[in-house]
Design a protein around this ligand. Structure first.
Ligand code: APR
Ligand code: ZN
Length: 236
């Protein structure tokens, strides 16, 4: 297995512009469940009931309960070694940016700076009606918006909502510049996130513990994210 870790390290050293794309599989080793693997979140909750605009408007208590639970889970946990390695690779100018579907803010917490949070962040809150910025305590306490009395929502992208333009546009620009895109811990099933990498003319490497062979990549490394990043880091 050493050779594939060494090969990825060589790709990183050779590339002048490397972009990393991460999904929920990047955070499971921090104790945050992903969505679609065996004990994923969507095996226990129906996303249509808790993560849509319709749920926000017509079943706020259900949505509030779901995101309070997810916020609670995230607050008690922290980035793992893999997040810190990616931050170190940015410091060493081995990678230029991270595009993440994750809302846990772990890349920032680990020290990564150039991060595109294309599905928003559970660290941010706002009034669902007037957009007035709010905070975690007001959301958890179901306090009404001081400006208009509206309900407070988390700053994450719900199903059926557009992705934040600045983040998405920035992510596409990054991938277009990339000589190497490394995709880590995502099932690549939710669009448009799942197609961003196809905008690169560069090489594409997929790191995941499950690979069904359907999508083609220049290199696939199957296994646990934390272990793979640790092994590759040994060659850098
Ligand atoms: N190491 C490697 N791969 C892992 C690990 C791990 N430790 N843990 C989980 N995985 C893999 C799973 O096998 C799965 O293929 O990561 C992938 C995670 O896929 P999903 O659960 O579908 O998560 P993701 O692709 O990020 O979902 C995208 O869907 O529900 C929406 O907005 C939500 O951002 C999310 C989006
Ligand atoms: Zn308001």
């Amino acid at each position: 297995m050493d050779s594939i870790y060494k090969a990825l390290a060589e790709e990183l050293k050779k590339s002048n512009y490397t972009v990393v794309m991460t999904g929920a599989g990047m955070s499971t080793e921090s104790g945050i469940a992903d969505f679609r693997s065996r004990d994923g979140i969507w095996k226990k909750y129906d996303p249509m009931k808790v993560a849509t605009v319709n749920a926000l408007e017509n079943d706020y208590d259900n949505l509030h309960g779901f995101y309070s639970m997810r916020d609670e889970a995230r607050i008690q946990r922290k980035p793992h070694k893999g997040h810190h390695i990616l931050a170190e690779w940015e410091d060493k100018e081995l990678i230029s940016s991270i595009i993440t579907q994750n809302v846990d803010n772990f890349h920032h917490q680990a020290g990564s700076r150039n991060v595109f949070e294309i599905h928003g962040s559970i660290d941010k809150f706002r009034c669902k009606d007037c957009g007035e910025p709010s905070d975690r305590e007001s959301f958890l306490g179901k306090e009404p918006c001081p400006e208009c009395g509206g309900k407070i929502r988390p700053g994450i992208v719900l199903f059926g909502e557009p992705l934040p333009e600045k983040e998405l546009y920035g992510a596409l620009e990054e991938v277009k510049k990339a000589e190497l895109v490394i995709i880590i811990g995502t099932s690549l099933t939710v669009y448009p996130a799942a197609s961003i990498h196809s905008n690169t003319d560069g090489r594409i490497i997929y790191i995941n513990d499950e690979y069904d062979g359907h999508k083609k990549f220049d290199m696939v490394i199957e296994g646990k994210v934390g272990e793979i990043l640790l092994e590759v880091d040994k060659f850098l």
